[in-house]
Structures are given as C-alpha cells and as structure tokens.
Ligand binder design. Structure first.
Ligand SMILES: Nc1ncnc2c1ncn2[C@@H]1O[C@H](COP(=O)(O)OP(=O)(O)O)[C@@H](O)[C@H]1O
Ligand SMILES: NC(=O)OP(=O)(O)O
Length: 312
C-alpha cells in the first residue's frame, strides 16, 4: 500500500510541548521508529509534517534580532523549517529503517504549495504558531499589529494567515523519488506557500499552510491508498471533554462530515485533522485514519484509530 503519513507538532516536540533541539530530535527519533515499522510491513511511505512551533520560533528570533539583521519573510521561515525538520527526519529514518532490516535511502524535498493570492485567509489570520505566552504579552503584540488567540490552559499564541492549499507544485519530484526507491519527506509545514509570479514560475507569499489540508492534497496527487494523520490521541472523540465522550472508530465520510458540521472537534486542533481525512475520502480516496503515533501500524491494519471510509 502507498501511505502518506502526516506527523503533527506533538510528534515532534516533548510531551510537555517543549521544542528545544534535543526534544525535537528525541521525538523525531521515536516517530521515525513507528514509520519504519510501516516500511518493514511492506508499505511505501511518503512523510509530511507540521511546523507550527518551529516556524513561529524562527519568526520570533527574527523579530528579536531585527536591530541587528534584516528580518526574513514568513515563507523563508517556512522553508527553513523544512530544512531542519527534514534533515533531522532523514537521519532518524535512515537509522530506524536499517534497524528494522529494511534499509532505504531517504530524501527531503524543499517543496512548494500553490495558494490563491486572493484567498480571504490573508485578511483573517487563523494559524497558531510559535510559543505560548500570557495575555499581557499578547495584548502588547496586538497593539503592534499582530493577531493573537487565547488557546486555553496553555496561554495565548500568535496567528498568521493560512490559505487553502491548491496544488502540490513538486508532486512530480515526489513521484520520481518514490519510483527510485526513496522514502520521501515532502511538503513539510504544509509546503512553502507560493503564488504564480509575474516574472514566470512562482514566488513565495507570507503564510503558513495547514499541514493536514496539504496532506490531503499530497495524498491525492501521489495516488495514496491511505492517509494517516498521526497525533497524540488514539481517536477523534465525540462530545470531547464531557462525561459522555465516545471515541469514533470506523465511520463513513458523510457521517463524519455531519459530526464536523455539528462542531464536535476543536478548532485549530482536531478539526483540521478530521476535515483532512474526510476530504481525502470525499475526493475518492479509499481510506484515511486519525490516530496516535504509536498506533499507526495497528491503524493501517484497521485495528484502531478513527477510520474514515467512503459512504455507501
Ligand atoms: N473531539 C476531539 N477528539 C479528540 N481530540 C480533540 C478533540 N477536540 C480537540 N482535541 C484535541 O486535539 C489534540 C490534537 O491536536 P493538536 O494538538 O493540534 O495535534 P498535533 O500537534 O499532533 O497536530 C488532542 O490532543 C486533543 O487535545
Ligand atoms: N503547518 C502546520 O499545520 O503545522 P502544525 O501542524 O505544527 O500546526
């Protein structure tokens, strides 16, 4: 089976959300072990990943050093996260693939995602990035023109525009590398957002694309049999956080769409994941799963996770 695995921020930071380089390396090493299990079971895997904590950290470093260095744009920050996360994933994946007896070359693509420059998302930032902070800090930043949102117990977080992904520009390169036997890491952080350039080709635009939505498009464009979104919970849950909470197992796309419309899932957390897997199946994909990272191998076999299948 050809499987696209999307790694959430939780798969790349410590359990307390800390994103120091050591924490990221340790979390990525663990994620790589689970992905290697899928390859050892005979599957062809394409990996994509989030970058919310990392891209926001780079943005913040830029601002803090603006008196010394000219800040770079958000699309450049996104490209940088593909480099560091992809580099760390390559080292870990090659090690783990060898350890399970299925050595493979791994390639990370610096990869672009086409967006519409007139997407209304450019005027209404929704994507939370970087570290959490308190309400006072958020209020100061809002005075300076930034957007921030109260994310609950963890605090406030900066928001940046997050347009809808339209096309994985570099999907043909993914295909070519997969055809040559590479395990490919592509479209990290939702892909570097680009628009058509008046000079021909593409140019970057300042945004951070939702990696779950990009994973849907990537899965479609590379003809995946299965999309797996790996996060920190084994199932999407109905009536989340209430005494009547009930995990969703296998569900058809029309039923899941109704749950989405009923507002069952956290905006900015579980909602984009269930939306992404449902979109993949609504668009003709055979099956898609949301589950926890350690459960991905079992979920691929149908043994756990929230599994979305086509409606009858
Ligand atoms: N209905 C729901 N079912 C399950 N988890 C939910 C639901 N609504 C919100 N969540 C939250 O979504 C989180 C996963 O989203 P998020 O933290 O953004 O993941 P990641 O960083 O792995 O992409 C879970 O840890 C849980 O706290
Ligand atoms: N780009 C993106 O969606 O990143 P996270 O999944 O880390 O928020």
């Amino acid at each position: 089976m050809r499987i696209v695995v999307a790694l959430g921020g939780n798969a790349m930071t410590a359990t307390d959300g800390s994103s120091s380089p050591d924490d990221q390396r340790a979390a990525i090493e663990e994620a790589a072990g689970h992905i290697a299990t899928l390859v050892a079971a005979g599957h062809e895997v394409v990996v994509t990943h989030g970058n919310g904590p990392q891209v926001g950290n780079i943005l913040l470093k830029n601002e803090l050093s603006a008196h010394l260095l000219t800040p770079v744009s958000l699309d450049w920050c996104g490209a940088q996260t593909q480099g560091t996360i992809g580099f760390t994933l390559m080292n870990a994946l090659e090690r783990r693939l060898a350890a399970v007896g299925t050595p493979r070359p791994v390639a990370t693509l610096v990869s672009r995602t086409l967006v519409d420059p007139d997407d209304p998302a450019f005027d209404a930032p929704t994507k939370a990035v970087g570290p959490y902070n308190d309400a006072e800090h958020a209020a100061r930043m809002v005075e300076q023109g930034q957007s921030w949102r109260d994310e609950g117990a963890k605090g406030w977080r900066r928001l940046v525009p997050s347009p809808e992904p339209r096309e994985i520009v570099d999907a043909p390169a993914v295909e070519a590398l997969v055809g040559q036997g590479f395990l490919v890491v592509s479209s990290g952080g939702g892909g570097i957002p680009v628009v058509a350039s008046a000079a021909g080709g593409y140019e970057g635009i300042e945004a951070v694309i939702d990696k779950d939505l990009t994973a849907t498009l990537l899965s479609r464009q590379v003809g995946a049999d299965l999309l797996v979104i790996a996060t920190d919970v084994e199932h999407a849950v109905l009536r989340w956080g209430t005494p009547e909470a009930r995990p969703i197992g296998e569900v058809d796309a029309a039923t899941m769409r109704r749950h989405i419309e009923a507002g069952e899932f956290g905006v900015g957390s579980m909602l984009p994941k269930v939306d992404a897997v449902t979109r993949f199946v609504e668009g003709g994909g055979p099956r898609a799963v949301v589950t926890s990272l350690p459960s991905i191998a079992r979920a691929v076999e149908g043994g756990t996770g929230t599994i979305v299948v086509p409606s009858a």
